[in-house]
Design a protein around this ligand. Structure first.
Ligand code: GCW
Length: 859
């Protein structure tokens, strides 16, 4: 939380360096960039491009010697040197001015006369300018910028606040105190010992490879810098699934090296543990948490860990969930299991984060009362008051599983005596897997602001998290591929840390801050990027799962492209119960599963009735006919059509917004992001068409705008004159236009042709057109495509490779991809031909081509 005090810090960057200082700065910069190929400056710690308004004394003095304080001082030196451009000279006697960093006690001893706050909350900081704030040309040597921390971490966070304010400007720096709203601010990794990452879409693990900790941990230290820069103080390094190998002694020695790499950045290490470890790796006949031998085993193991990692943060537990063993095997409760671990950790000040993600995935789909959403509250609410003080119940934001929209979990309002942590996902599992731009701060902010109305009084989720040991945990997905693969996705890691520090921050403000540090400080650019970020989650919701339907993907597969029935008719309970008359889950108390009744009465009353339920959650709580009218009078079915067209249009607009930045931002960044956004716009059309044609067929109700089921300019592959291509049924049918596509027998087959051909005769009016080719880019081969008109290639983009990394090896919505050939001149009677050349397991499958007036003509 930020408390401003009136002490404006007017500044100006006219740094004057002595030769010696300049050389030292250059060395420091070089060392930082040589140390690791994956560096924090590839994310937001770029320290460049500030306008000349900042005056931060270039000499940095650390009053103490602790490792964290030392790295804080080095970071500040590095940052302000970079900002000052190193070639500019610091004017006059301002050379004598200093930036001083230290703990509150150190600062008090060194400067007894300053108005130093008596105390600061843990990890908080105080920024203060001593001396005149005006002209720096005086001979005074007393000018000082003071960065005082409540403790070592506080210094570090204060230093990063100074650097952020300089980088993110443009408002003049202000003196202030600030402290984190909640003590737990962790990232969780779902990294496996073999180096893979569950639900990670940004390369392999930073920590592990081949069953052990990697030799080169330089990227881990850089990651620590990034985390510290946004106030994250904990990192759980391994997957909650299959975690027993991580308690083996060899592995713990490796993890101690990870802890060493992160320690200078104030990030404490935690690990996920398998509750069956005493049996699996300890050789005991049982893992019953109440068995004294089991308890003794945990105590010994925990002592071993602390001997290696004295500041070890604690354990995360996934138990009795999705096949992981748990206390239920012995008739014990989560509190029994959590408290056994907590007792072992308590003497060392460690904590247990026990996940509330406990549910039965063998539910009976035919039972109208069965409801996965109920599970967490049903299991954990009765345990209120039974958890040890160092146990924190960690709950995903909604009752299902990181969907594009869910109601806030009622458990946050139902465990008043226990510390709670909110688990969110930074890695975009159901939200586009780093291929779609989805800025998540607005989603998280809605959760943090949600008023649980505990005992009928105002109680936003952020207040619950600020209680005792509470906090926020972000499932990271960070890997070796540029941290989060997509440059714009890094705004999510940034925003996670900023919100955990200060949940009152506005997502727009965080987007702006991040953009200024990462993309540009040019106001017009900042506004455009902020707009793109802010519109991305609503757009994604519109084209993947509006009205509380959740992400309409194959929930037993990749969790990526459209797969509407994938969530129905199985035991996993992510149902939306669509039939030909209506859609939605009845979760009311009166006629449904009773889930709505798990909320505090003020909230339960709202969700109990369709009429008072917000439209964006209607189908989560109620089953209604397609003709049911929303609050603005529109029918549910019409909303489903409209939102999908609007969402896909918005995805296309985001491409144009980015294109408008060409020449105004770093070309490498521009060129990196553009194809991602173009891909997204194409995939948004796949989503749109799948859901629209599915509900059109199921409901039989036409779109009153006449769009559903009609595709102007579209020529289906199955209607083309085909040479060697075979017509196939795509599964699920809605993932291909009219359910069908064509596929070329794979080249691996002896008798397979080298290429297949699909040919259409154009019959429209003459003009310039963009031709979109919709094809399936499968794993397991790099097929080739080429287009000709009357036997001639029509521009540089007319042949391309299907070399994207997309999920799954069969043609469907996960890998349906669009290639656009712009500005093709066509007249009636022209022959358009696509040649597909399969490769290994990629049969160059093709869905359709779509001919639309050239976009460049509309500008
Ligand atoms: O979202 C689901 C994921 C699983 C994950 C699980 C969980 C780690 O699909 O991959 O397992 O949630 O949160 O435990």
């Amino acid at each position: 939380m930020l408390k401003k005090v009136a002490f404006p810090f007017v500044s100006e960057c006219t740094a004057r360096l002595t030769i010696g200082l300049a050389a030292a700065c250059a060395v420091l910069t070089l060392t930082a960039s040589l140390a690791s190929a994956q560096t924090a400056d590839q994310a937001w710690l770029k320290y460049r491009g500030v306008s000349g308004r900042w005056r931060v004394p270039l000499q940095v003095e650390a009053l103490g010697k602790s490792p964290i304080e030392t790295s804080a001082a080095a970071e500040l030196r590095h940052g302000i040197t970079q900002f000052s451009n190193a070639s500019l000279l610091w004017r006059g006697s301002a050379l004598y001015a200093k930036t001083v960093v230290g703990t509150l006690d150190e600062v008090r001893r060194a400067f007894p006369n300053l108005p130093i706050p008596r105390t600061l909350p843990p990890e908080g900081y105080w920024l203060y300018w001593s001396g005149t704030t005006g002209d720096m040309n005086g001979s005074e040597s007393s000018h000082r910028l003071i960065v005082a921390g409540a403790d070592d971490r506080g210094i570090l966070y204060g230093v990063f606040a100074v650097l952020r304010e300089i980088a993110a400007g443009p408002t003049p720096f202000e003196m202030h105190t600030s402290a984190p709203a909640m003590p737990i601010r962790w990232v969780d990794h779902w990294d496996n010992a073999d180096g893979s990452i569950e639900r990670g879409y940004a390369g392999r693990s930073l920590f592990f490879e081949g069953g052990k900790v990697r030799d080169d941990l330089a990227p881990v230290a850089e990651y620590g810098r990034l985390l510290a820069s946004v106030g994250i103080n904990g990192c759980n390094v391994n997957n909650v699934n299959g975690s027993s190998p991580f308690l083996a002694s060899d592995m713990l020695h490796g993890i101690a090296r990870v802890a060493d790499a992160m320690r200078p950045w104030g990030v404490r290490i935690a690990i996920s543990v398998d509750i069956a470890s005493p049996q699996k790796i300890g050789g005991l006949p049982t893992y019953d948490p109440l068995d004294p031998a089991v308890q003794a085993w945990w105590n010994t193991k925990v002592d071993e860990i602390y001997a290696l990692i004295p500041d070890f943060a604690g354990f995360t537990v996934k138990a009795d969930s999705e096949g992981q063993p748990g206390p239920a095997s012995y008739g014990r409760t989560p509190a029994d299991a959590a408290n056994t671990l907590a007792a072992a950790l308590a003497p060392h000040h460690g904590v247990v984060l026990y996940r509330a993600f406990v549910y039965n995935h063998h539910l009976d789909w035919t039972d109208p009362k069965a409801d996965r959403a109920r599970a967490a509250y049903d299991i954990f609410h009765p345990l209120g008051g039974k958890f040890a003080p160092n146990v924190i119940v960690q709950t995903k934001e909604g009752p299902i599983d990181f969907q594009v929209r869910e109601p806030v979990s009622p458990l946050f309002g139902g465990l008043t005596q226990t510390s709670q942590a909110l688990e969110v996902q930074i890695t975009q599992e159901y939200l586009g897997q780093q291929r779609h731009l989805v800025y998540l701060a607005p989603l998280w902010k809605e959760v943090l602001d949600f008023d649980l109305r505990v005992d009928g009084t105002r109680s936003p989720v952020q207040q619950v998290l600020s209680r005792k040991n509470g906090g926020m945990v972000g499932v990271s997905g960070v890997g070796r591929d540029a941290w989060l693969s997509s440059p714009l996705a890094l705004a999510n890691l940034y925003a996670f840390g900023r919100l955990a520090w200060d949940p009152t921050l506005a997502p727009e403000k965080i987007a702006e801050e991040w953009t200024r540090q990462t993309v540009s400080t040019d106001t017009a650019v900042v506004q455009k990027v902020e707009k793109m970020l802010m519109q991305s989650w609503p757009a994604y919701e519109d084209y993947t799962g509006p009205l509380g339907l959740q992400t309409l993907t194959d929930i037993t597969g990749s969790h990526y492209g459209p797969g509407i029935e994938g969530s129905e008719n199985n035991g996993w309970g992510q149902w939306h119960r669509a039939d030909h008359l209506g859609v939605g889950m009845d979760r009311s108390v009166a006629t449904g599963t009773g889930y709505a009744g798990q909320y505090q009465p003020d909230v339960a009353t709202i969700y109990e009735n369709a009429a008072t339920t917000p439209d964006n959650l209607l189908l989560f709580f109620h089953h209604v006919p397609y003709t049911y009218r929303l609050h603005d009078g529109k029918t549910v079915i019409q909303y489903l059509y409209d939102s999908h067209y609007a969402g896909a249009a918005q995805a296309a607009q985001i491409v144009r917004d980015w294109q408008s930045l060409q020449g105004r931002i770093d070309p490498a960044l521009y060129n990196n992001v553009l194809p991602r956004l173009e891909y997204q716009a194409g995939h948004a059309i796949v989503w749109r068409d799948a859901i629209v044609q599915y509900f059109l067929k199921l409901s039989g109700i036409p779109d009153d705008q006449g769009r559903a089921g009609t595709f102007p300019g579209r020529l289906e592959a199955e209607d083309a004159r085909l040479t060697s291509y075979r017509i196939i049924d795509v599964k699920p049918w809605e993932d291909a236009s009219r359910g069908k596509a064509v596929s070329c027998p794979a080249a691996a087959e002896e008798s397979a042709p080298r290429s297949c051909f699909a040919e259409w005769t154009y019959s429209g009016s003459a003009g310039r057109y963009d031709i979109a080719v919709q094809y399936f880019d499968l794993q397991g081969g790099i097929a080739k495509f080429a287009m000709t008109v009357n036997g001639q290639p029509v521009g540089p983009d007319t042949s391309w490779l299907a070399d994207a990394q997309l999920p799954t090896a069969r043609p469907h919505g996960d890998n349906s991809t669009r290639h656009i050939i712009p500005n093709v001149v066509l007249k009636s009677g022209d022959t358009i031909r696509i040649m597909g050349t399969p490769d290994t397991n990629d049969p160059a499958a093709l869905d359709y081509i779509e001919i639309t007036p050239a976009a460049s003509d509309s500008h």
